[in-house]
Ligand binder design. Structure first.
Ligand SMILES: Nc1ncnc2c1ncn2[C@@H]1O[C@H](COP(=O)(O)OP(=O)(O)OP(=O)(O)O)[C@@H](O)[C@H]1O
Ligand SMILES: [Mg+2]
Length: 366
Protein backbone atom coordinates (compact mmCIF):
# COMPACT_ATOMS: atom_id res chain seq x y z
CA UNK A 1 0.00 0.00 0.00
CA UNK A 2 1.40 3.40 -0.88
CA UNK A 3 0.89 6.39 1.40
CA UNK A 4 -0.64 9.44 -0.27
CA UNK A 5 1.74 12.39 -0.63
CA UNK A 6 1.84 14.85 2.29
CA UNK A 7 -0.10 18.03 1.68
CA UNK A 8 2.03 20.38 3.76
CA UNK A 9 5.67 20.82 4.64
CA UNK A 10 5.19 20.07 8.35
CA UNK A 11 3.89 16.58 7.46
CA UNK A 12 6.76 16.08 5.01
CA UNK A 13 9.22 16.78 7.84
CA UNK A 14 7.33 14.63 10.32
CA UNK A 15 7.09 11.62 8.01
CA UNK A 16 10.58 11.64 6.49
CA UNK A 17 13.80 10.16 7.73
CA UNK A 18 15.77 11.76 4.92
CA UNK A 19 15.24 15.12 3.24
CA UNK A 20 17.34 16.17 0.24
CA UNK A 21 17.24 19.81 -0.84
CA UNK A 22 18.11 20.29 -4.47
CA UNK A 23 17.77 22.94 -7.13
CA UNK A 24 19.59 25.54 -9.22
CA UNK A 25 22.55 27.59 -7.91
CA UNK A 26 22.12 30.42 -5.44
CA UNK A 27 18.39 30.01 -4.79
CA UNK A 28 18.62 29.20 -1.07
CA UNK A 29 19.09 25.39 -0.94
CA UNK A 30 21.53 25.52 1.97
CA UNK A 31 19.45 28.05 3.90
CA UNK A 32 16.29 26.01 3.33
CA UNK A 33 18.02 22.80 4.43
CA UNK A 34 19.14 24.45 7.67
CA UNK A 35 15.71 26.02 8.34
CA UNK A 36 13.88 22.73 7.72
CA UNK A 37 16.32 20.85 9.96
CA UNK A 38 15.85 23.41 12.72
CA UNK A 39 12.05 23.24 12.38
CA UNK A 40 12.20 19.44 12.73
CA UNK A 41 14.47 19.70 15.79
CA UNK A 42 11.87 22.03 17.33
CA UNK A 43 9.35 19.19 17.13
CA UNK A 44 11.48 16.90 19.27
CA UNK A 45 13.43 15.02 16.60
CA UNK A 46 17.14 14.32 16.57
CA UNK A 47 18.27 15.92 13.33
CA UNK A 48 21.51 16.35 11.44
CA UNK A 49 21.92 18.75 8.56
CA UNK A 50 24.79 18.21 6.17
CA UNK A 51 25.57 21.47 4.41
CA UNK A 52 27.73 22.26 1.44
CA UNK A 53 29.60 25.53 1.43
CA UNK A 54 27.18 27.61 3.56
CA UNK A 55 27.27 31.40 3.27
CA UNK A 56 29.37 33.03 6.02
CA UNK A 57 26.33 34.30 7.97
CA UNK A 58 24.69 30.88 8.01
CA UNK A 59 27.94 29.19 9.04
CA UNK A 60 28.16 31.65 11.96
CA UNK A 61 24.51 31.05 12.85
CA UNK A 62 25.09 27.31 13.03
CA UNK A 63 28.38 27.79 14.83
CA UNK A 64 30.52 26.25 12.09
CA UNK A 65 34.08 27.33 12.68
CA UNK A 66 35.87 25.48 9.92
CA UNK A 67 38.19 23.53 12.20
CA UNK A 68 35.58 20.87 12.89
CA UNK A 69 34.95 20.49 9.17
CA UNK A 70 34.06 16.84 8.72
CA UNK A 71 32.69 16.03 12.18
CA UNK A 72 29.11 16.61 13.27
CA UNK A 73 28.64 19.13 16.08
CA UNK A 74 25.58 20.14 18.05
CA UNK A 75 24.07 23.55 17.30
CA UNK A 76 23.61 25.20 20.68
CA UNK A 77 20.24 26.72 21.47
CA UNK A 78 18.41 24.71 18.80
CA UNK A 79 15.77 22.04 19.42
CA UNK A 80 12.82 21.68 21.80
CA UNK A 81 11.05 18.81 23.57
CA UNK A 82 14.19 16.72 23.55
CA UNK A 83 14.94 17.55 19.91
CA UNK A 84 18.51 18.25 18.85
CA UNK A 85 20.05 19.89 15.82
CA UNK A 86 23.48 18.81 14.68
CA UNK A 87 25.31 20.21 11.71
CA UNK A 88 28.13 19.11 9.55
CA UNK A 89 29.99 20.61 6.65
CA UNK A 90 30.61 18.38 3.69
CA UNK A 91 34.23 18.06 2.74
CA UNK A 92 34.60 15.94 -0.37
CA UNK A 93 38.25 15.06 0.24
CA UNK A 94 37.74 14.03 3.88
CA UNK A 95 34.68 11.95 3.01
CA UNK A 96 36.54 10.24 0.19
CA UNK A 97 39.39 9.42 2.60
CA UNK A 98 36.99 8.03 5.18
CA UNK A 99 35.32 5.92 2.53
CA UNK A 100 38.65 4.41 1.47
CA UNK A 101 39.53 3.66 5.11
CA UNK A 102 36.11 2.14 5.84
CA UNK A 103 36.15 0.02 2.73
CA UNK A 104 39.70 -1.26 2.91
CA UNK A 105 40.37 -4.21 5.21
CA UNK A 106 44.12 -3.98 4.76
CA UNK A 107 45.51 -0.76 6.34
CA UNK A 108 48.60 -1.00 4.12
CA UNK A 109 46.40 -0.98 1.02
CA UNK A 110 44.44 2.00 2.41
CA UNK A 111 47.70 3.86 2.99
CA UNK A 112 48.83 3.09 -0.56
CA UNK A 113 45.67 4.64 -1.93
CA UNK A 114 45.57 7.67 0.38
CA UNK A 115 49.17 8.67 -0.21
CA UNK A 116 49.09 8.10 -3.94
CA UNK A 117 49.60 11.44 -5.72
CA UNK A 118 47.05 10.52 -8.36
CA UNK A 119 44.48 9.80 -5.68
CA UNK A 120 45.30 13.04 -3.90
CA UNK A 121 44.86 15.05 -7.04
CA UNK A 122 41.65 13.47 -8.27
CA UNK A 123 39.75 12.69 -5.06
CA UNK A 124 38.43 16.20 -4.57
CA UNK A 125 38.15 17.24 -8.16
CA UNK A 126 36.85 14.18 -9.97
CA UNK A 127 33.81 15.12 -12.05
CA UNK A 128 30.81 14.72 -9.77
CA UNK A 129 32.98 14.03 -6.70
CA UNK A 130 31.13 16.61 -4.61
CA UNK A 131 27.81 15.14 -5.58
CA UNK A 132 28.98 11.61 -5.03
CA UNK A 133 30.41 12.50 -1.65
CA UNK A 134 27.13 14.05 -0.54
CA UNK A 135 25.45 10.71 -0.98
CA UNK A 136 28.43 8.77 0.32
CA UNK A 137 28.25 10.79 3.52
CA UNK A 138 24.53 10.17 3.56
CA UNK A 139 25.18 6.44 3.44
CA UNK A 140 27.51 6.68 6.42
CA UNK A 141 24.96 8.68 8.45
CA UNK A 142 22.07 6.50 7.38
CA UNK A 143 23.75 3.26 8.40
CA UNK A 144 24.74 4.68 11.79
CA UNK A 145 21.05 4.63 12.81
CA UNK A 146 21.70 7.60 15.12
CA UNK A 147 19.35 10.11 13.53
CA UNK A 148 15.58 10.57 13.37
CA UNK A 149 16.03 12.82 10.37
CA UNK A 150 18.95 13.52 8.06
CA UNK A 151 18.77 16.66 5.93
CA UNK A 152 21.22 16.69 3.04
CA UNK A 153 21.97 19.87 1.18
CA UNK A 154 23.37 19.48 -2.33
CA UNK A 155 26.02 21.49 -4.13
CA UNK A 156 25.14 24.00 -6.81
CA UNK A 157 25.20 22.11 -10.00
CA UNK A 158 24.98 23.33 -13.55
CA UNK A 159 23.63 19.95 -14.50
CA UNK A 160 21.17 19.51 -11.72
CA UNK A 161 20.90 15.78 -12.14
CA UNK A 162 24.60 15.18 -11.40
CA UNK A 163 23.78 14.26 -7.84
CA UNK A 164 21.34 11.59 -8.84
CA UNK A 165 23.60 10.14 -11.47
CA UNK A 166 26.64 9.97 -9.20
CA UNK A 167 26.15 6.37 -7.98
CA UNK A 168 25.52 5.20 -11.53
CA UNK A 169 28.53 7.13 -12.75
CA UNK A 170 30.77 5.39 -10.24
CA UNK A 171 29.58 2.03 -11.48
CA UNK A 172 30.16 3.13 -15.09
CA UNK A 173 33.67 4.20 -14.16
CA UNK A 174 34.49 0.71 -12.90
CA UNK A 175 33.21 -0.73 -16.13
CA UNK A 176 35.37 1.53 -18.30
CA UNK A 177 37.71 -0.41 -20.65
CA UNK A 178 40.78 1.59 -19.59
CA UNK A 179 40.04 0.83 -15.97
CA UNK A 180 39.57 -2.85 -16.83
CA UNK A 181 42.90 -2.99 -18.66
CA UNK A 182 44.74 -1.24 -15.86
CA UNK A 183 43.40 -3.45 -13.15
CA UNK A 184 43.66 -6.76 -15.00
CA UNK A 185 45.85 -9.08 -12.91
CA UNK A 186 49.37 -9.67 -14.13
CA UNK A 187 49.61 -6.66 -16.41
CA UNK A 188 52.92 -4.92 -16.22
CA UNK A 189 53.40 -1.29 -17.11
CA UNK A 190 55.17 -2.27 -20.31
CA UNK A 191 52.32 -4.51 -21.42
CA UNK A 192 49.67 -1.96 -20.57
CA UNK A 193 51.40 0.82 -22.39
CA UNK A 194 52.24 -1.44 -25.34
CA UNK A 195 48.74 -2.76 -25.51
CA UNK A 196 47.62 0.49 -27.10
CA UNK A 197 44.61 0.40 -24.79
CA UNK A 198 45.44 3.71 -23.22
CA UNK A 199 46.40 6.68 -25.29
CA UNK A 200 45.51 8.41 -22.07
CA UNK A 201 48.48 6.87 -20.26
CA UNK A 202 50.85 7.60 -23.10
CA UNK A 203 49.82 11.25 -22.93
CA UNK A 204 50.37 11.40 -19.20
CA UNK A 205 53.69 9.62 -19.55
CA UNK A 206 54.94 12.15 -22.06
CA UNK A 207 53.75 15.05 -19.96
CA UNK A 208 54.54 13.90 -16.47
CA UNK A 209 57.02 11.06 -16.70
CA UNK A 210 56.81 7.29 -16.12
CA UNK A 211 56.53 7.54 -12.32
CA UNK A 212 53.11 9.14 -12.64
CA UNK A 213 51.98 6.32 -14.89
CA UNK A 214 53.16 3.77 -12.34
CA UNK A 215 51.30 5.71 -9.66
CA UNK A 216 48.15 5.74 -11.74
CA UNK A 217 48.24 2.02 -12.29
CA UNK A 218 48.99 1.37 -8.65
CA UNK A 219 46.11 3.60 -7.64
CA UNK A 220 43.62 1.87 -9.89
CA UNK A 221 44.84 -1.54 -8.76
CA UNK A 222 44.44 -0.59 -5.11
CA UNK A 223 40.99 0.76 -5.85
CA UNK A 224 40.10 -2.52 -7.56
CA UNK A 225 40.44 -4.22 -4.18
CA UNK A 226 37.51 -2.25 -2.83
CA UNK A 227 35.46 -2.07 -6.00
CA UNK A 228 32.86 -4.63 -4.94
CA UNK A 229 32.23 -2.72 -1.70
CA UNK A 230 31.89 0.59 -3.51
CA UNK A 231 29.49 -0.85 -6.05
CA UNK A 232 27.37 -2.27 -3.26
CA UNK A 233 27.37 1.08 -1.49
CA UNK A 234 26.41 2.96 -4.64
CA UNK A 235 23.51 0.54 -5.14
CA UNK A 236 22.43 0.85 -1.48
CA UNK A 237 22.55 4.63 -1.68
CA UNK A 238 20.48 4.71 -4.85
CA UNK A 239 17.90 2.49 -3.08
CA UNK A 240 17.81 4.76 0.00
CA UNK A 241 17.28 7.81 -2.23
CA UNK A 242 14.23 6.13 -3.76
CA UNK A 243 12.81 4.74 -0.51
CA UNK A 244 9.53 5.75 1.16
CA UNK A 245 11.16 7.72 4.00
CA UNK A 246 13.03 9.96 1.56
CA UNK A 247 11.69 13.36 0.52
CA UNK A 248 13.24 15.52 -2.15
CA UNK A 249 12.55 19.21 -1.61
CA UNK A 250 13.05 21.17 -4.79
CA UNK A 251 14.14 24.76 -4.17
CA UNK A 252 14.00 27.47 -6.83
CA UNK A 253 13.73 31.20 -7.18
CA UNK A 254 10.89 32.63 -9.30
CA UNK A 255 13.32 33.76 -12.05
CA UNK A 256 12.76 32.24 -15.48
CA UNK A 257 16.24 30.62 -15.76
CA UNK A 258 15.96 29.06 -12.30
CA UNK A 259 12.44 27.82 -12.99
CA UNK A 260 13.61 26.22 -16.27
CA UNK A 261 16.33 24.35 -14.42
CA UNK A 262 13.98 23.40 -11.59
CA UNK A 263 11.44 22.02 -14.06
CA UNK A 264 14.20 20.01 -15.68
CA UNK A 265 15.22 18.64 -12.29
CA UNK A 266 11.61 17.83 -11.30
CA UNK A 267 11.34 15.84 -14.51
CA UNK A 268 14.63 14.04 -13.82
CA UNK A 269 13.38 13.15 -10.33
CA UNK A 270 10.16 11.75 -11.74
CA UNK A 271 11.89 9.70 -14.42
CA UNK A 272 14.45 8.39 -11.93
CA UNK A 273 11.76 7.36 -9.44
CA UNK A 274 12.96 9.80 -6.77
CA UNK A 275 10.16 11.08 -4.54
CA UNK A 276 9.59 14.82 -5.00
CA UNK A 277 7.75 15.68 -1.78
CA UNK A 278 7.64 19.48 -1.79
CA UNK A 279 8.72 22.55 -3.71
CA UNK A 280 9.95 25.84 -2.28
CA UNK A 281 9.96 29.00 -4.36
CA UNK A 282 12.30 31.28 -2.46
CA UNK A 283 13.15 34.98 -2.82
CA UNK A 284 9.70 35.93 -4.10
CA UNK A 285 9.14 39.69 -4.52
CA UNK A 286 6.04 41.08 -2.83
CA UNK A 287 3.12 42.09 -5.04
CA UNK A 288 2.39 45.78 -4.43
CA UNK A 289 -1.18 46.78 -3.60
CA UNK A 290 -2.81 47.66 -6.94
CA UNK A 291 -3.60 51.32 -7.63
CA UNK A 292 -7.21 51.78 -8.70
CA UNK A 293 -8.07 53.14 -12.15
CA UNK A 294 -9.39 56.51 -10.88
CA UNK A 295 -6.20 57.25 -9.00
CA UNK A 296 -4.11 56.23 -12.00
CA UNK A 297 -6.17 58.56 -14.25
CA UNK A 298 -5.71 61.41 -11.78
CA UNK A 299 -1.95 60.82 -11.80
CA UNK A 300 -1.69 60.64 -15.60
CA UNK A 301 -0.24 64.14 -16.04
CA UNK A 302 1.91 64.16 -12.98
CA UNK A 303 5.13 65.09 -14.83
CA UNK A 304 8.53 64.48 -13.19
CA UNK A 305 9.35 64.36 -9.51
CA UNK A 306 9.39 62.00 -6.54
CA UNK A 307 5.75 60.93 -6.94
CA UNK A 308 6.35 60.02 -10.60
CA UNK A 309 9.39 57.98 -9.53
CA UNK A 310 7.26 56.18 -6.96
CA UNK A 311 4.72 55.41 -9.64
CA UNK A 312 7.37 54.02 -12.00
CA UNK A 313 8.76 51.90 -9.18
CA UNK A 314 5.28 50.61 -8.41
CA UNK A 315 4.72 49.74 -12.07
CA UNK A 316 8.06 47.90 -12.34
CA UNK A 317 7.52 45.97 -9.11
CA UNK A 318 4.01 44.98 -10.23
CA UNK A 319 5.39 43.76 -13.58
CA UNK A 320 8.11 41.77 -11.79
CA UNK A 321 5.59 40.21 -9.40
CA UNK A 322 3.32 39.29 -12.34
CA UNK A 323 6.21 37.67 -14.18
CA UNK A 324 7.17 35.73 -11.04
CA UNK A 325 3.57 34.57 -10.54
CA UNK A 326 3.53 33.20 -14.10
CA UNK A 327 6.83 31.38 -13.55
CA UNK A 328 5.61 29.90 -10.27
CA UNK A 329 2.53 28.59 -12.05
CA UNK A 330 4.79 26.63 -14.43
CA UNK A 331 6.54 24.99 -11.50
CA UNK A 332 3.26 24.33 -9.69
CA UNK A 333 2.16 22.17 -12.60
CA UNK A 334 5.17 19.93 -11.94
CA UNK A 335 4.55 19.78 -8.19
CA UNK A 336 1.27 17.90 -8.76
CA UNK A 337 -0.47 17.31 -5.44
CA UNK A 338 2.67 17.92 -3.36
CA UNK A 339 2.94 21.19 -1.41
CA UNK A 340 4.53 24.27 -2.95
CA UNK A 341 5.59 26.97 -0.49
CA UNK A 342 6.43 30.53 -1.51
CA UNK A 343 9.00 32.31 0.63
CA UNK A 344 9.43 36.07 0.29
CA UNK A 345 12.66 37.95 0.00
CA UNK A 346 13.63 38.39 3.67
CA UNK A 347 16.22 40.36 5.57
CA UNK A 348 19.51 38.50 5.69
CA UNK A 349 19.32 35.41 7.87
CA UNK A 350 21.92 36.20 10.49
CA UNK A 351 20.90 34.34 13.65
CA UNK A 352 19.07 31.28 14.90
CA UNK A 353 15.86 33.24 15.54
CA UNK A 354 15.77 34.37 11.90
CA UNK A 355 16.40 30.80 10.76
CA UNK A 356 13.58 29.61 13.04
CA UNK A 357 11.28 32.28 11.56
CA UNK A 358 12.10 30.98 8.08
CA UNK A 359 11.40 27.45 9.37
CA UNK A 360 7.92 28.57 10.51
CA UNK A 361 7.28 30.20 7.15
CA UNK A 362 8.20 26.96 5.43
CA UNK A 363 6.18 24.68 7.67
CA UNK A 364 3.10 26.73 8.43
CA UNK A 365 3.07 29.46 5.84
CA UNK A 366 2.67 31.99 8.67
N1 LIG B 1 14.28 34.19 1.56
C1 LIG B 1 15.46 34.81 1.55
N2 LIG B 1 15.52 36.16 1.68
C2 LIG B 1 16.70 36.80 1.66
N3 LIG B 1 17.89 36.21 1.52
C3 LIG B 1 17.90 34.87 1.39
C4 LIG B 1 16.69 34.09 1.42
N4 LIG B 1 17.04 32.80 1.24
C5 LIG B 1 18.37 32.75 1.13
N5 LIG B 1 18.90 33.99 1.22
C6 LIG B 1 20.33 34.39 1.12
O1 LIG B 1 20.74 34.06 -0.21
C7 LIG B 1 22.11 33.65 -0.22
C8 LIG B 1 22.23 32.31 -0.92
O2 LIG B 1 21.57 31.33 -0.14
P1 LIG B 1 22.10 29.83 -0.07
O3 LIG B 1 23.55 29.78 0.21
O4 LIG B 1 21.19 29.11 0.86
O5 LIG B 1 21.81 29.39 -1.57
P2 LIG B 1 22.22 28.02 -2.27
O6 LIG B 1 21.13 27.64 -3.21
O7 LIG B 1 22.60 27.02 -1.25
O8 LIG B 1 23.49 28.51 -3.08
P3 LIG B 1 24.55 27.56 -3.81
O9 LIG B 1 23.87 27.05 -5.04
O10 LIG B 1 25.69 28.48 -4.10
O11 LIG B 1 24.88 26.45 -2.84
C9 LIG B 1 22.56 33.63 1.24
O12 LIG B 1 23.25 34.80 1.53
C10 LIG B 1 21.23 33.58 2.02
O13 LIG B 1 21.34 34.19 3.30
MG1 LIG C 1 24.41 25.93 -1.01
Amino acid sequence: MTTPPATDMASVLRDSSLVVTCGPGGVGKTTTAAALALAAAETGRRVIVVTVDPARRLADTLGIDGSSANDPFEVTGAGRDGGELWAQMLDAQATFDRMILDRTDDPERARTILTNPIYRSIAGSLAGAQEYMAIERLHQLWSSGEWDLIVIDTPPSRHAIDLLEAPDRLVTFFGHPVYRVLTAPGRSLARVTNAGASAFLWAIRRLAGPQVVEDTIEFFRALAGIEAGLRQRAADTAAVLRSAGTSFVLVSSPRAEAIDEAVHLAEALRIGGYPLAATVVNLVHPTPTPIDADTLAALADIGDGPLADQLTFHRELSALADAETREIRTLRAHAGSTPLVEVPLLDDISDLAALAALGSLLTSGL
